[in-house]
Design a protein around this ligand. Sequence first.
Ligand code: SAM
Length: 153
Amino acid sequence: MAFTLSPIGRIETPWATPAECPRNGRQAQPAPLCRVVMEAEYLPGLEGVEGFSHLLLLYWMHRAGVARLNFTPPFDTRRRGVFATRAPFRPNPIGLSVVAFEGFEAPGVLRVRYLDCVDGTPLLDIKPYLPSTDAEPGASMGWLAPHATPRQD
Ligand SMILES: C[S@@+](CC[C@H](N)C(=O)[O-])C[C@H]1O[C@@H](n2cnc3c(N)ncnc32)[C@H](O)[C@@H]1O
C-alpha cells in the first residue's frame, strides 16, 4: 500500500540546511520565531486554532536522504534502531514538533517557536496539543535520558 501526501503549507525557519538546525526545538535559546505559511485552500481549516497555546506540527523532512535502520547517533557510542531515535533519515521522514503558538501574523500565517527544521520544510498537518491527553509527565526516555535538553520555559 502506498500513500500520496500533499503539503498543506510550508515552514519558514532561520536555518537553510539540516546542519544549521538545532537538534531539537528547545535546544536553541532563545528559541527563534518561525512561521507556518498555509496554502490558501486550507485556511478554513484554521478556524478555532486561535485558542490553543501549543500545536503539534507534522512535516516532511524533505532533505533527509536515504533511510538508515541502524546507526550510532553522533552523541552516543552504541548502535540504535531508527525507531528508537528522532533522526530525520527514516523510512517515512515525518517530523513532529510541539510548538508554542503566538498567534496569526496574517491570515494563514502562524507565528510559532520551538522548531528544529529547515527553512521551506513542507507541512503535512497541524493538530492542537492537548495537555490532558498528550502530556505524560512520568514518561521515561530510554537510552536518550542522559541527553535530555533542559527545559527553559
Ligand atoms: C533530530 S530531527 C527531529 C525532528 C522532529 N522534531 C522530530 O522529532 O520528529 C531534527 C534534525 O533534523 C534535520 N532536519 C530538519 N529539517 C529537515 C528537513 N526538512 N530535511 C532533512 N533533515 C531535516 C536537522 O538536522 C535537525 O537538527
